[in-house]
Design a protein around this ligand. Structure first.
Ligand code: G3P
Length: 495
């Protein structure tokens, strides 16, 4: 009997595979970090072949650890870093350029020019997105404009585009070229009202339609893995952008339910039901999932840097040895000694959308020590999340609780500070792997292990509730200084 679901989490900084039993307990896992390439300040790339081989390697490892055969696996669900752009040859599979990672800022100037000539509103109405280098469209254009011979090859129909989900599926199935609604909605080429690739936007960016994948539902069988990978074929039954996967994996199935995931970035999403909401406060609209012919939308606040600032403390500044050390150090001091870190390493996302903002440290004095700097970096995640939450509440009304997940949500200091700063209860589930859980649920749905979403609703358990416990005036004072620090980061890299 096929009893397991294998979920791939192809993230920005690592690839992971988790295997779930039929009760959705994790029974095996494997993880490997991915190399990040920074060719110029503000540019971020990865090697697509490394993404594929790393992802595959973790799958093989996770299966081997528990002696699991392909025959035992009912389906694979893929969840992935979104927007990251890969272009390859339809015949040979050879990639023509590195993956341009969602964080990459190389097309900022082109985005400015689109806004200057008045495209902002049209693009926002069609795609739900702000014109920003973050999304795939301008990255595809950059590859076609800058890689020798690429445009001609694309026009002859020889090249394919895909986000990471599409590339993995194409490689694993040897040629199925698909994506799902949630990933398509992050390209800035997909019209989320008509549910079609938008011909006008394709013309504007000069991107041939033949490059684009077919857009499928979020839970359905797209194809089977070729036998060479796992010994037998396995069905691939879901491809879902990681933030939408986390919304699903947190059980936010109803309108107005929201979650915040602290991964490389932090992403606050609220389910808005079958209606797209147009934000007046710098948030983007996106497709959460498409299941059984029904589209569910979400409002999203994307914070470009969150957990990766902890990586920066660990790998670049060498202030800590492990991410866990950050909690220990933050708790050793009672505040940040007036120090604020704004980790705008790749600009600021929602609600500011300042492409030229750069990282800033304010309020340094001789009494600021390592622990204060570490604490200020952790606190910045909570401040940035608060900025997004307040924007969302202005659009849609007050939230009662905020569900949290992702690596840094394990940090009790950060979660308590988050509750204090937003002045709302923060709820952490027992299993903070909501992203992979979402992908596993969706794949199970895709192969009929659940007959409807309602059957999944019972599968959630709370670990801890964080109750706000900060005096209003203390909070207001901190927020005032935070806003001042953010304003110092604005436009730094603008020439
Ligand atoms: O939009 C980018 C997002 O999908 C990346 O998520 O957690 O892999 O950094 P993460």
């Amino acid at each position: 009997m096929k009893k397991y679901i294998m979920a791939f989490d192809s993230g920005t900084t690592s690839c992971r595979t988790l295997i779930f039993d039929s009760e959705f307990n994790i029974i095996s896992s494997a993880q490997k970090e991915l190399k990040q390439i920074f060719p110029k300040p503000g540019w971020v790339e990865e090697d697509p072949n490394e993404i594929f081989s790393t992802q595959l390697g973790t799958a093989v490892e996770a299966m081997a650890k528990m002696n699991i055969n392909a025959n035992d696996i009912a389906a694979i669900g893929i969840t992935n870093q979104r927007e990251t752009t890969i272009v390859w040859d339809r015949q040979t599979g050879e990639v023509i350029y590195n993956a341009i990672v969602w964080q990459c800022r190389r097309t900022s100037k082109y985005c400015d020019s689109l806004r200057e000539v008045g495209y902002r509103d049209e693009i926002y109405k069609k795609t739900g997105l702000e014109v920003d280098a973050y999304f795939s469209a301008t990255k595809i254009k950059w590859i076609l404009d800058n890689v020798s011979g690429a445009r001609e090859r694309a026009e002859r129909g020889e090249l394919l585009f895909g986000t990471v989900d599409t590339f993995l599926i194409w490689k694993l199935t040897k040629g199925v070229h698909v994506t799902d609604y949630s990933n398509a909605s992050r390209t800035m080429l997909y019209n989320i009202n008509t549910l079609e690739w938008d011909d006008e936007l394709l013309k504007l960016m000069d991107i041939p339609k033949s490059m684009l994948p077919e857009v499928k539902e979020t839970a359905e069988v797209y194809g089977e893995t070729a036998r060479e990978f796992f010994g037998e074929e396995i069905k691939i039954a879901s491809a879902v952008g990681d933030q939408q996967a986390a919304l699903f994996g947190q059980g936010c199935f109803k309108k107005a339910e929201a979650k915040n995931t602290y991964g490389t970035g932090a992403f606050l999403l609220m389910n808005t039901g079958d209606k797209k909401v147009e934000s007046k406060n710098g948030l983007v609209s996106t497709i959460a999932w498409g299941i059984d012919g029904k589209i569910t939308y979400a409002l999203e606040g994307s914070i470009l840097i969150a957990g990766s600032s902890i990586q920066w403390l660990r790998d670049d500044l060498k202030l800590i040895d492990s991410a866990e050390d950050s909690e220990y150090l933050a708790n050793k001091v009672s505040d940040t000694e007036g120090c604020y870190v704004v980790p705008a390493f790749t600009g600021l996302g929602a609600p500011y959308w300042n492409q030229y903002a750069r990282g800033t440290i304010c309020g340094l004095t001789r009494s600021v020590k390592k622990a204060h700097l570490v604490r200020a970096t952790l606190e910045s995640m909570a401040y940035l999340s608060n900025d997004v939450l307040k924007a969302m509440e202005e659009d849609l009304g007050a939230l009662k609780i905020l569900k949290v997940d992702g690596g840094a949500s394990a940090n009790d200091f950060l979660m308590q500070f988050q509750a204090d700063i937003i002045d709302r209860e923060v709820v952490r589930p027992k299993d903070i792997e909501s992203t992979v859980r979402g992908a596993a649920f969706l794949a199970a749905l895709g192969v009929g292990m659940f007959s409807s979403i309602d059957e999944i609703s019972e599968k959630f358990n709370i670990d801890k509730n964080f109750i706000p416990n900060m005096a209003a005036e203390v909070r207001e004072n901190k927020l005032k200084l935070w806003r001042k620090a953010v304003s110092r980061a604005f436009d730094w890299a603008e020439e």
